[in-house]
Write a protein that binds this ligand. Sequence first.
Ligand code: GLV
Length: 321
Amino acid sequence: MTRPKVYIARKIPEQLLSPYRNQWEIEMWPYEDLPVRREELHKQMGQADAIFITLTDVVDQELIDGAKQLKIIANMAVGYDNIDIDYARKKGVIVTNTPDVLTESTADLTFALLLAASRRLIEANEYIKEGKWTTWSPLFMAGTDIHHKTLGIVGMGRIGEAVAHRAKGFHMNVLYHNRRRKPEAEEKLGAVYVGFEELLTNSDFVVCMTPLTQETKDLFNRRAFQLMKETAVFVNTSRGGTVNEEDLYQALKTGEILAAGLDVFQNEPIGKDHPLLQLDNVTALPHIGSATRDTRYQMMKLALENIDRVLQGKEAKTPVK
Ligand code: GLV
């Protein structure tokens, strides 16, 4: 019997693939630090029964149309805005993502970024490493308090809830906005549901964790930043597309808000000349929300398990519904 063809669009550790070597005919993009070329993915999708992709790979109608026998697109990410889900569904191709396994790590990073942006940790670290530390002074590197303040979470999914849980340890009040109300989260975490604008007006920290969709594209625009407090810190660990970066730049530059912590950008990767990186009140990270070794291994494992199940005619473990 011929073995199903599986294309792995990024080099991943052999130890994760070896359990499947006998069952699948595996082809793999040979680079870890370089995304697959679109033409190569197009070509491979024309022959593959399954593909393993990462969030850097855009799978649109054209690529899906080129697929002849594709059964599953396994995305190594919880977000799936890189895939034309509706079209894949129409063509009968299952799409899977990697929820749950990254929840806690991403919440940790989100909270770390909130702390770093508020307490100016990266700026202070650069200062000392550049040999600029000469004395102690009363308002030197003075940031803003987190404890007992109000945190506004936009997008109360699993990661949102995990961030709210951490906020409780800092004695924060938690407001949230979500497509649907979550009475369980309200009860468990004492989070209070509010409208989007009310959240912006009343929060000291606004954390964006909503998926990127047509509805959330540019959600954080000029008006949103104007509604925030002048002392507000904005944190984004979802997708860059939820933010209008020009509007954010203006808001940070003119003091409409105090600071931002950004793990994601509209067009990744960004170079050092990106306007937002020129601002002292921006703490920036290169999309590392889920980047711990444990979590990344679990994400890769889960994506492969999804492929395995679908190729065996079983239901995927974590299908995108
Ligand atoms: C990372 O951004 C993810 O969606 O998993």
